[in-house]
Design a protein around this ligand. Structure first.
Ligand SMILES: [Zn+2]
Length: 446
């Protein structure tokens, strides 16, 4: 061990699991890491994502790889970049790898490194907004294709990669518009991989469904009164009763998670996000007056396995009952069923050939998969699942703290490089398979 390596090892100190010696990477790997850093340095955070330089960077990378490029624009100023590697048999259903170019904002003063600096520390951790969510996968897709091409590999199925805008603000002008378009129809997509999340242990996480967001606003009214008087049916009393009932439901759902009977993504989450009441004064609120109106807002997340009708009934009968002078507004941000009426999820078992191939690819590349999960939040994958197209959420980041949308988001360079290997195996295996469920059942019988 040379002096430099010894110093680096000492510098890595306690963070040894995330520690790698940069000097051990090949020239090809070093270039791949530099390209990742370059992409991270492009400012695509909301509220003003600068998509133009991201578009130019992706197009130049795709040009050097030698695959077809298209820029679609469903809303002016919001480009969607589509790359295509045509397979030997384009009549077969294609594979689509999706990632989003935008990211949430970062509070730079709370970070140890500049959130758009893509600084790599001595442990090989690369800090930037988007390092985990999800510029990593966007670049890993391209790196995998680059390496497969240099090995002379030719896919049987066509492979598409999409870089979409606006995922972090709902995807209406990005993925949603794309998936509903004629251009998407023409791609004949059979399977989609979209973003997942980091895993703090050695198992990669894979998501077969997202929870669907609902927004609920409940409003209470009642006669106004003196601050000193006890009387029935004041607006705030009615609202407080609802808050108690909703709180009990929330606790019961959370108890399932705490006891280990359910994962976070499998329960209905109800979280209060604001409460509005009172009569404001220039310095605060009027203190001797009970107001005649009060309202509260809730973020609700439903797994596709929940019965939406039961939740709707609960809201109208218990959470905001007319009998307590209450009204409500419910915004359901997407269905829990696909266009054929099936649950909005992708089956992750042996009846799904894509799942079988995916599992095979991860183990062929030396990765380990955790138990498939429902994502607690929401991604663009819901739009393709609505069409009945199988889609998994997967971002290959093991032994990595979950830092999406958090301060000091980072990804270690070694994990990033390992992720490229996962996508090489995924693309090789998923783009080539020709077996049917019957072939596999037959093999199992032998
Ligand atoms: Zn994301």
């Amino acid at each position: 061990m040379g002096i430099t390596q010894l110093v680096m090892l000492l510098l890595c100190g306690l963070s040894l699991p995330f520690c790698t010696l940069s000097s051990s990477h090949s020239a090809e790997d070093k270039l791949a890491i530099a390209r990742f850093q370059q992409y991270l340095k492009i400012a695509t955070a909301h509220p003003n994502p600068n998509y133009k330089p991201a578009q130019e960077f992706i197009l130049s990378q795709a040009g050097s790889v030698g695959i077809n490029t298209q820029v679609l624009e469903f809303t002016k100023g919001k480009p969607l970049i589509l790359l295509t590697w045509t397979g030997k048999d384009p009549s077969r259903p294609s594979i689509l790898l999706n990632s989003h170019m935008d990211s949430v904002p970062a509070e730079a003063d709370k970070w140890v490194h500049d959130p758009i600096g893509a600084v790599k520390d001595n442990s090989g951790n690369i800090y930037a907004r988007g390092a985990q969510d999800d510029k990593c996968i966007g670049m890993q897709y391209l790196e995998a294709i680059k390496r497969l091409k240099s090995q002379g590999f030719q896919p049987l199925r066509t492979i598409h990669i999409s870089y979409v805008p606006d995922e972090e603000i709902g995807g209406m002008d990005g993925s949603e518009a794309f998936v509903k378009s004629k251009e998407f129809e023409n791609l004949h997509v059979g399977f989609v991989l979209d973003e997942g999340q980091a895993s703090p242990n050695e198992h990669y996480r894979v998501f077969y469904a997202d929870r669907i967001p609902w927004r609920l606003i409940i409003k209470a009214t009642g006669a106004p009164g003196r601050g000193s008087k006890l009387y029935d049916n004041s607006a705030l009393e009615n609202l407080m009763k609802s808050m108690e009932v909703i709180g009990r439901f929330r606790s019961a759902q959370f108890d399932l998670v705490k006891s280990g009977m359910a994962e976070h993504g499998e329960v209905i989450a109800v979280n209060p996000v604001y409460v509005k009441a009172g009569t404001p004064t220039p310095t605060g609120f009027v203190m001797n007056l009970q107001p005649s109106e009060a309202e509260a807002g809730f973020d609700i997340r439903l797994p596709p396995t929940a019965d939406p009708q039961l939740v709707r009934e609960r809201i109208s009968e218990e959470w905001a009952p007319a009998a307590r002078n209450m009204t409500y507004e419910l915004m359901e941000k997407g269905p829990l069923r696909d266009i054929q009426g099936h649950l909005l999820l992708t089956v992750a078992n042996h009846s799904n050939l894509w799942w079988l191939q995916f599992e095979k690819a991860i183990s062929a590349a030396g990765g380990k998969l955790g138990k498939p999960e429902i994502l607690a939040s929401t991604t663009d994958a819901r739009f393709v699942r609505e069409k009945g197209i199988p889609a998994f959420g997967f971002s290959p980041m093991s032994n990595t703290p979950i830092l999406l949308h958090d301060h000091n988001e980072f990804l270690n360079e070694a994990e990033y490089l390992k992720g490229i290997k996962m996508y090489i195996a995924i693309l090789e295996i998923l783009s080539s398979y020709t077996e049917t469920v019957d072939d596999i059942a037959h093999k199992d019988e032998l």
